[in-house]
Design a protein around this ligand. Structure first.
Ligand SMILES: C[C@](O)(CO)[C@H](O)COP(=O)(O)O
Length: 238
């Protein structure tokens, strides 16, 4: 079984909106429904769990019904941090998933998940035990020295930027989150499932990413999202 864990626990202050950004309506559909739609349509996804901001669970169930997201099986509460939210999502599946099932962790505010991207993380996970969506860098990357200047760069050929979706064999990610929270490894700051697994000593495997898989953080990102929707109306606005 392949289960999607969609992380939608954030309040989205940076977007400057009254409502959490995953619930903002774009062309009469909330952002989270675009995200869930990608998983609903993919034939290899069996079930969806959403880790959702408190106070919005009923709204989410209502939207899922309205937009026919029939694979949605569980809506649960997030934690104070992103890592606590992902942990809650993983732990809630403990009596529902088998050890070699695959969980696909994805940010609720990345609404343009291509079929091919989802397929590739699943293939990599079947092969290696995990697969993380990634893209090469096409800018030069410099290390901050004293906040206003730099004297060092990192050759971009040695870098990949990793986003979501990220797929993990259930037993490995479940064991990882237990150990991380017990031993306080890889759970602070901007840590995520991927950085935590590295800190726990695991090797991660790259899967194909997409530039379209934008994370809606600022108002400019929202404009970019709308432009992609217009460009591919048949695909996303059905
Ligand atoms: C995948 C990710 O970039 C971590 O590698 C993730 O999207 C980060 O999400 P956050 O909510 O901005 O921490």
């Amino acid at each position: 079984m392949n289960v999607a864990i969609i992380i939608a626990g954030g309040s989205g202050h940076r977007m400057g909106q009254d409502i959490p950004k995953q619930f903002i309506n774009v062309y009469d559909k909330p952002v989270i429904i675009y995200t869930l739609g990608g998983f609903q349509r993919h034939p290899q996804i069996d079930a969806i769990e959403v880790v959702c901001i408190d106070g919005w669970h009923d709204v989410l169930w209502a939207y899922a019904k309205q937009f026919n997201i029939t694979k949605l099986k569980w809506v649960i509460s997030g934690g104070v941090t992103g890592q606590e939210s992902i942990r809650n999502g993983v732990f809630n599946l403990e009596n529902k998933c088998l050890p070699d099932d695959i969980v696909i962790i994805h940010d609720g505010i990345r609404p343009l998940v291509d079929d091919t991207v989802l397929s590739d993380v699943i293939v990599k996970c079947q092969q290696y035990g995990n697969g993380v969506t990634s893209m090469p860098y096409n800018e030069q990357i410099f290390v901050v020295d004293d906040e206003i200047s730099t004297v060092q760069y990192i050759p971009r050929e040695t870098l990949r930027r990793v986003s979501t979706p990220q797929a993990y064999r259930f037993d490995l990610i479940d064991k990882g989150y237990h150990r991380a929270f017990e031993e306080k490894i890889g759970i602070y700051g901007s840590s995520y499932a991927n950085t935590m697994m590295i800190e726990l000593g695991e090797r991660l495997y790259f899967a194909a990413g997409s530039d379209k898989n934008v994370k809606l953080t600022t108002k400019d990102d929202l404009e970019l999202f709308k432009a992609y929707l217009k460009q591919e109306q048949d695909k996303w606005l059905k």
